[in-house]
Design a protein around this ligand. Structure first.
Ligand SMILES: *[C@@H]1O[C@H](CO)[C@@H](O)[C@H](O)[C@H]1NC(C)=O
Ligand SMILES: *[C@@H]1O[C@H](CO)[C@@H](O)[C@H](O)[C@H]1NC(C)=O
Length: 299
């Protein structure tokens, strides 16, 4: 299995090297998840290295939000997602390596943040967006926490359960900004300063739709044994049917799709929307899985 995948990767790299006029593969931007950083050698650092090994000559930017890894980690909990997206848009617009377009890979909440970048900031153009375990319909629970952050998560969970939609919590707690309470849909729509906006649940911003549809492909990876995202279906834009928290409503039945508020239905029909599954816990995949499923989008 590994040997097969390795062979596949080699072929891909060879094509990239021998494809005539533009020698450089498209650059790649990575956005890490909650409780993680740009450069952790066991997470994004390893992903960056792997991609650089598979695609010789590629420029990979793993986003650091803030001026140090410590700030980056803290900001993944406490820096308003709208401000994070704004900062990233500015950084991307100034990066000369990205001006002809770039691919993007978002991990966990980095998935919905990069979608916001695609919707709000069309220049430079994002080519393919790959979301690994992103919570595109939000979460109604954070059952487990990644890495060393479990004490922060215990605290966050309490805050979210008591007042996720209060103005103060919305402004300062990132996870509140994509907290989606299916028992209080109207309150969520009124109060969510990030997710309800990018999902066009308050009003329609035509440019969000147009910009998202400009992606070549939007790849959504769901982790079938995910124990950190509730519900994991959110990774494919599914969510609890309004008014209860047991039964899941798939994307195709939701208003976002039936009213085509984001252009997803049109993208789906045109083959621009790709649903992938990895049979592991949150963000768990093998190198050979990555090689055969993701690498083709990064060429
Ligand atoms: C729509 O989104 C764009 C990009 O974020 C923004 O500049 C514009 O003001 C928004 N339009 C409305 C009507 O909110
Ligand atoms: C949501 O906002 C509307 C319009 O401002 C208001 O009438 C309604 O009561 C609000 N609902 C909730 C649950 O906050």
């Amino acid at each position: 299995m590994a040997a097969l995948a390795f062979g596949l990767c080699l072929v891909v790299a060879f094509v990239a090297l021998s494809s005539g006029k533009s020698a450089l593969p498209p650059p790649l931007v990575i956005w890490h998840g909650m409780g993680d950083t740009c450069c952790n050698p066991f997470s994004m650092g390893a992903i960056k290295k792997m991609v650089e090994r598979k695609i010789p000559g590629i420029y990979v930017l793993s986003l650091m939000i803030g001026n140090s890894m410590a700030e980056d980690l803290k900001n993944s909990f406490f820096l308003n997602a709208n401000h994070q997206v704004e900062q990233v848009c500015e950084q991307l617009s100034k990066d000369i390596n990205l001006q002809d377009g770039y691919n993007a890979m978002g991990f966990s909440q980095g998935g919905q943040f990069l979608r916001a970048v695609a919707q709000r900031c069309p220049y430079p153009p994002m080519l393919n967006l790959i979301s690994f375990g992103g919570q595109h319909q939000g979460v109604f629970g954070i059952p487990q926490c990644p890495g060393e952050s479990s004490h922060i998560c215990d605290w966050i969970r309490k805050v979210l359960n008591t007042g996720a939609y209060s103005k103060a919590v919305q402004e300062h707690l990132v996870q509140a900004q994509y907290w989606h309470d299916p028992l209080n849909e109207e309150l969520y729509r009124n109060s969510s300063i990030f997710l309800a906006d990018i999902n066009q649940e308050r009003y329609l911003n035509e440019s969000y739709r147009k910009n998202l549809m400009a992606l070549k492909t939007f790849v959504l990876v769901k982790f079938l044994k995910d124990s950190m995202v509730d519900p994991a279906d959110s990774e494919w834009f599914g969510f609890y049917r309004p008014g209860q928290d047991k039964e899941i409503m798939p994307l195709q039945e939701s208003l976002i799709y039936t009213e085509d508020r984001l252009g997803l239905r049109e993208m789906d029909k045109a083959g621009q929307l790709v649903f992938l599954a990895s049979d592991g816990n949150h963000l768990q995949f093998s190198e050979s899985w990555f090689c055969s499923n993701i690498l083709p989008y990064l060429q």
